[in-house]
Design a protein around this ligand. Structure first.
Ligand code: VGL
Ligand code: ZN
Length: 223
């Protein structure tokens, strides 16, 4: 009998590296979004138990699109979204221009990303009535609303540690990392592999603090 050395059960989670979040043509382009791809491809080449990418994957009439709310302006207006099964539970979020609509080029992972190394793609934001920044699913807890299957997948693979990179650092990366830590995974965000919508120092400092207060480790480059 050969005894195998236990492998570190680590997952790489790559958030929303999609055309619509990248210049020059993205509908909701995060400045510099494409530039983090070489770093992410280097991470992909390392040893992981599982490498997972997420995609924002909206229907054309998604509730987060400003054009669904007459009189509202993208990036300037917030909207209160109700838990479809419990109107008491609400969530206030920003409205966006149409982005990552299912079946469009904007929704596809960018061509520079080494998708040959990605084991699973998890889609989120399909429910037209619910906003979901987190790769784990919508924030509603009472009762919980359709999860994406990410948590089950990680548990099935025996994952204990998660490294999160991608865009947008201050939206989907943040929410996914916080949910990962809350679900009990040892979670790290690598900033060199992230781009935020708000890139000023103050916003980034606040973001780091928020992540750290949720037990997410934030590092600048590869450990
Ligand atoms: C995202 C805004 C709207 C993200 C998704 O991937 O961070 N941001 N939808
Ligand atoms: Zn979205």
């Amino acid at each position: 009998m050969t005894l195998s050395t236990p492998q570190p059960s680590k997952a790489l989670l790559i958030i929303d590296m999609q055309n619509d979040f990248c210049p020059p043509t993205g509908a909701l382009a995060v400045p510099g979004g494409r530039d983090i791809t070489p770093f992410i491809n280097e991470l992909l080449a390392q040893d992981w138990t599982v490498r997972i990418a997420t995609r924002d994957f909206h229907p054309k009439d998604h509730i987060s699109f400003a054009d669904q709310h007459p009189g509202s302006e993208a990036l300037a207006s917030s909207h209160t979204i109700k838990n479809p099964r419990n109107p008491q539970e609400t969530q206030t979020t920003l409205l966006w221009p149409q982005h990552c609509v299912q079946g469009t080029t904007g929704c596809e992972l960018i061509a520079e990303l080494d998708t040959s190394k990605i084991d699973f793609v998890i889609d989120k934001g399909q429910d037209k009535l619910v906003e979901s920044y987190s790769g784990f699913g919508p924030p509603f807890k009472d009762p919980p609303v359709s999860k994406t299957g990410l948590e089950d997948l990680l548990k099935e693979k025996g994952v204990k540690e998660i490294v999160v990179v991608g865009i947008a650092y201050d939206y989907c990366v943040k929410c996914t990392a916080v949910d990962a830590a809350d679900a009990g995974f040892n979670t790290t965000v690598i900033e060199e592999g992230c781009k935020a919508v708000q890139q000023d120092q103050r916003s980034l400092d606040k973001l780091r603090q928020e992540l750290q207060s949720h037990d997410v480790t934030v590092i600048r480059g590869k450990a």
